[in-house]
Design a binder for this molecule. Structure first.
Ligand code: GDG
Length: 724
């Protein structure tokens, strides 16, 4: 098995000498920390300066490890800057005012995703697992499916997933979601992001999920929370090297003040650098004794420098640095030391070691790996303190950091003071807890957890354990003695007739009625229609055809030989029905568009026409109310597609079929055909060797599957008739 990792960029750039230089950034840090035995290929955009011809001349080992995608420069710009950076990045970081949506950029985004999908599909081999990363490639999972990839596809989002209130502003919201749903597993850093995603699915696609998985186009899509981590061992090992010590000594020599607060961020508005400076300025304003004693060293890594919003941000930030330094500088003391650059890895480690406090004030941050790196780089005998924004994914993991709301400047200033004054014992205790956690949860664990769940996901092929049935082969599959009479249990909606938007429109077509009449003229064949519909509806459809009708999931049935309906209910319906009905009536007053359906042995609350998110929430509440209020009574509470139903315990297709079979004197060759989950009970109740058929998509225990349009041809074949 190989892993094909796909991200926007490959994890290296080329220097002037044409050598590969590892890139920095959160995604690369997380992924390059993963230790695995699986062979890996990394696909992504070719780095600047690499041509197709130059790539073909690179060593074979490189060409096997990476699959560069060569995209036209203007197209790349529209996809990357125009769409990813000007739409998704601000939207997903709650910066609505910075969003610039343009149709041309969206077209470029689609085109580049398509190009990447084709490059990946070209190297894909059966058995490979594809792991797609981040917001540049939202469309990739479904595009890969469209190109015939049937293997496992995982998707991990490195940035937050915003509240559905915000996501819904996106003009291409449906396309993004359906693109993603081509994956078998979609992972997030934090539970809140997963929650937002599930609400969004409900609001935009009217898709219900239980936060763990959902069913989409006959496949199961799993969902999960996998906070990213770092290669802890590598950080600890490199922190102890001579190179790190050299950098440390150099910085230590020029540290003439007592305390160092460190910031390490890309110069991005999501990182809250302005808020950081305000908090630091407030600390100095309120604590004159700290002036000359504490300095903030901000490493601001250049990023997206050609985007105007980033140029403005840099100018504003530098102005703010100037103002603070103007106000508080002293000879030999610069309050804010600002480096607009990235530094070498060992130099970064030295800074982590030197700093007394790491200050992270992100306005939003998917995770923030810098905080994790700082923690594992601390010496146990004199560790520093992390002041961490509560709007980072990392704040859920780093329980013993000093958490702050970065918008509350006074609070952050106070946290800084608390960090600077924190006694050694408390610093050690906090550090110990977090370092111990991280030593058990590294980047490899992150990836292993994700991959484990991805491997558990159902492949489209695995769902097909229920095999496709050709009507002409049905009798042969059924087996048994040809003289033994046939007994067919057949569901109505979605099986004998297609599902209709309005249930009252699902009447039995005259042509179908004619075919059924022909089938029923054959000797040794009996048809039982088992449906959730009420008796009156079924009677209206089948009229005087000699069909046994089981209404309300078998609560009552009509025997054409006797010409009367018989109840199957022995329990006390009155013991629960009025209360269930009253509770549902109460909910239908609260939830617009919902209504109560009263049946003989069941009462149901329907909310198909209601505002999805609110109705979904109320449905959960109603189900709970019913379960608590009706506990120990002979009733089953079921949640179906946009319906909550309370039914007599006997109103169950499996229960009905079992009783029906018990009454028979002689054996039968049995067949059950249905499309819904309630039909699974019916299939389970049949004797071994029966023919069980699932209609349409979705998981099922049935041995066979076919399309709704093939149900009548199947019945004809079973009756020994041809379809014409
Ligand atoms: C995205 C999400 C999420 C930084 N400066 C230098 C340098 N770095 C390295 C750090 C760290 C990485 O870059 C930054 O990672 P973060 O996680 O803090 O942030 P993003 O780049 O925004 O990453 C983020 C992440 O993806 C992973 O899913 O946590 O929320 O925004 O590893 O060490 N490395 C070197 N020199 C520098 O100057 N060598």
């Amino acid at each position: 098995m190989r892993w094909i990792i796909v991200s926007n960029r490959l994890p290296f750039s080329l220097n002037a000498a044409g050598e590969m230089v590892p890139s920095s950034g959160g995604l690369v840090t997380a992924l390059s920390g993963v230790q695995t035995d699986a062979a890996q290929i990394w696909a992504g955009m070719a780095p600047t300066g690499l041509t197709e011809a130059a790539w073909a001349a690179r060593p074979a080992a490189e060409r096997q490890a990476y699959q560069p995608v060569f995209v036209n420069e203007a197209l790349y710009d529209a996809y990357y800057n125009g769409m990813a950076n000007d739409v998704f990045w601000p939207l997903f970081h709650y910066e609505g005012s910075l969003i610039r949506f343009e149709a041309a950029n969206w077209a470029a985004y689609q085109a580049v995703n398509q190009q990447v999908a084709e490059a990946v599909a070209a190297i894909y081999q059966p058995g490979d697992v594809i792991w797609v990363h981040d917001f540049h490639l939202f469309l990739l999972p479904q595009l890969l499916r469209d190109l015939g990839v049937t293997g496992r596809i995982g998707f991990f989002l490195h940035i937050p997933f915003p509240s559905s209130e915000l996501f819904r502003q996106l003009p291409v919201r449906q396309e993004i979601l359906t693109g993603l749903l081509g994956a078998d597993l979609i992972g997030f850093h934090d539970y809140a992001y997963l929650r937002h995603f599930c609400n969004t699915l409900l609001n935009v696609l009217d898709l219900d999920s239980n936060m763990l998985s959902l069913s989409w186009q006959g496949r199961e899509v799993r969902l999960g929370v996998y906070p990213a981590s770092i290669d802890v061992g590598h950080f600890q090992q490199e922190a102890a090297t001579a190179l790190t010590h050299t950098h440390y000594a150099r910085y230590r020599a020029v540290k003439t003040y007592r305390h160092l607060i460190l910031g390490v961020d890309r110069l991005d508005y999501s990182k809250g650098l302005g808020l950081k400076l305000q908090a630091f300025a407030q600390l100095l304003a309120q604590h004159p004794e700290l002036r000359g004693q504490v300095s903030l060293l901000q490493l601001a890594v250049p990023t997206r420098q050609d985007v105007p919003a980033y140029q403005d941000l840099r100018a504003a930030f530098e102005r703010q640095v100037g103002e603070i330094n103007g106000a508080y500088s002293q000879p030999n003391y610069v309050p804010v030391q600002y480096m607009y650059t990235s530094v070498a890895f060992h130099e970064l480690l030295a800074l982590y070691q030197l700093a007394d406090v790491l200050l992270v004030t992100s306005r939003r941050d998917g995770m923030n790996l810098v905080a994790l790196e700082y923690i594992v780089s601390q010496a146990a005998e004199n560790p520093g303190v992390v002041v961490l924004s509560e709007f980072t994914g990392a704040s859920s993991m780093l329980s013993h950091a000093l958490i702050t709301n970065p918008w509350d400047i006074a609070q952050t200033a106070e946290r800084l003071q608390q960090a600077l004054e924190m006694p050694l014992a408390e610093r050690q205790q906090r550090q110990q807890v977090m370092a111990a956690f991280l030593s058990q949860y590294t980047a490899s664990d992150w990836a292993a957890n994700f991959m484990r769940d991805l491997n558990l996901s159902h492949l489209p092929a695995a769902v097909q354990k229920t095999r496709q049935l050709k009507p002409s082969a049905a009798l042969q599959q059924l087996g048994g003695d040809q003289q033994t009479p046939l007994l067919l249990f057949v569901d109505y909606d979605g099986t004998l007739v297609p599902i209709c938007e309005r249930p009252e429109d699902a009447v039995l077509p005259t042509a179908s009625r004619g075919l059924l009449a022909r089938i029923l003229q054959q000797p040794n064949i009996e048809l039982v229609v088992v449906s959730g519909r009420d008796a009156a509806f079924l009677q209206a459809q089948f009229g005087d055809l000699p069909v046994t009708l089981a209404a309300e999931h078998g609560a009552t049935y009509y025997d054409p030989r006797r010409g009367e309906w018989q109840s199957q209910i022995w329990s006390q319906i009155d013991s629960w029905y009025p209360s269930a009905e009253a509770m549902m009536a109460d909910y239908s007053r609260r939830v617009p568009g919902s209504h109560v359906e009263r049946k003989q042995a069941a009462v149901a609350w329907h909310y198909r026409q209601s505002p999805p998110e609110f109705a979904h929430y109320q449905a959960h509440k109603l189900k709970e109310d019913l379960e608590v209020g009706l506990s120990n009574l002979p009733v089953t509470v079921i949640s179906g597609k946009k319906v909550i139903e309370a039914r007599a315990v006997e109103a169950n297709k499996g229960y009905f079929v079992r009783n029906y079979l018990d009454q028979l004197a002689a054996p039968r060759r049995c067949v059950a055909i249905g499309d819904d989950t309630t039909d699974e009970d019916m299939m389970q109740a049949l004797p071994p060797g029966s023919l069980t058929v699932k209609v349409g998509e979705g998981p099922s225990q049935a041995r066979w599957r076919l399309a709704q349009t093939e149900v009548l041809p199947l019945l004809l074949q079973l009756a020994g008739l041809s379809a014409d």
